[in-house]
Design a protein around this ligand. Structure first.
Ligand SMILES: C[S@@+](CC[C@H](N)C(=O)[O-])C[C@H]1O[C@@H](n2cnc3c(N)ncnc32)[C@H](O)[C@@H]1O
Length: 303
């Protein structure tokens, strides 16, 4: 029997699907860069965002002791740590990432005999994982994969029939379909402040040709999962607040931030962000509401 997913706050209409990123598009993130790995690692140790989203992920998918898990796009090992606590000594984790620089950090951060780190791109998952697994977890990465459907088919291939796949998408790439005034106004205030600061430094701000960024929505995700052999068992929204200082440090990770900010030389970008922080503090903006969509999926099994 097909289970009906729990629907909450889903958009009424389908929107245009997001464009698939090309291989080159993906590499703009620069995850191979050692400075990216270093700043990401420092940020991850100092601030809670990736820990919170990882904890929510592993709780939602209900990992049990003894299970075999794949942590896809494990980065510096934050999600791997959350999973390790739940599987105990009898379980096993295969932690995959395409970036050698990120994996180097992960190997230092999470040391356990039952973790195997593998450097590979997501679409090669079925070639590098040696056996069927109970669960594939993917925190804060899915939208970055250039070949999403190939990756999903690979995940489907390595999952046991009763296995689960869980991933999440943040506000920036997921259209929640309802207007959240609080989220919108703080994000706008941040962007305006960044624009003003760059303008005062004689940077020309080019408005994007297509101001409404293409984003995923619920129905697009459901269809993509269906095409690749999955059904959604749970859809959930995780809300939390990010302190101003945390957002500012997040944008200091070279791969993060708007294209406008990424084009500024790094040292100046840090100055811009420090000044933006002061101005937002003066305006009394202390926290930024944040929303993430979570999908727990099961393989469709034909009897
Ligand atoms: C924002 S980090 C998330 C890391 C970790 N899951 C966490 O929550 O801290 C995104 C990670 O995805 C990895 N990544 C991006 N595209 C990938 C791909 N196609 N295949 C494998 N890893 C990829 C990057 O190297 C990076 O480590």
């Amino acid at each position: 029997m097909t289970k009906i997913p729990i629907l909450r706050l889903v958009p009424q209409q389908k929107t245009t699907p997001p464009e698939e990123k090309t291989e080159e598009g993906n590499s703009q993130f620069g995850w191979e860069d050692k400075r990216v790995a270093e700043t990401y690692n420092n940020y991850g140790q100092q601030f809670t965002m990736y820990k919170l989203t990882s904890e929510y992920l592993v709780d939602l998918v209900q990992i049990s002791p003894g299970e075999t898990i794949v942590d896809l796009a494990c980065g510096t090992g934050i999600t791997t740590t959350s999973a390790l606590v739940r599987i105990g000594r009898t379980g096993e984790i295969f932690a995959i990432d395409m970036s050698g620089a990120m994996l180097e950090k992960a190997k230092l951060n999470v040391r356990a005999e039952n973790i195997e780190f593998i450097q590979a791109r997501s679409e090669r998952i079925a070639r590098v994982i040696p056996r069927k697994v109970d669960c594939v977890i993917c925190n804060s990465a899915f939208w970055q994969f250039p070949q999403k459907e190939q990756t999903l088919r690979g995940i489907r291939q390595i999952l046991k029939p009763e296995g689960r796949f869980v991933f999440n998408l943040p506000e920036q790439v997921f259209d929640f379909g309802n207007e959240d005034v609080k989220v919108k106004s703080t994000v706008t205030a941040l962007n305006q402040e960044i624009e003003q600061e760059l303008g005062s430094r004689n940077y020309t701000i080019e408005k994007p040709k297509h101001p409404t960024r293409r984003r995923y929505n619920y129905w697009f995700v459901i269809e993509m999962l269906g095409r690749t052999g999955f059904r959604v068992e749970k859809y959930d929204i995780f809300r939390f607040e990010r302190p101003l200082e945390e957002i500012i440090e997040f944008f200091k990770i070279p791969t993060m931030g708007t294209p406008m900010l990424k084009s500024v030389p790094y040292e100046e970008r840090v100055q811009v962000l420090n000044s933006v922080k002061e101005k937002l503090e003066e305006k009394g903006i202390k926290v930024f509401p944040s929303r993430w969509a979570y999908f727990v999926c099961r393989p469709i099994v034909h009897e």
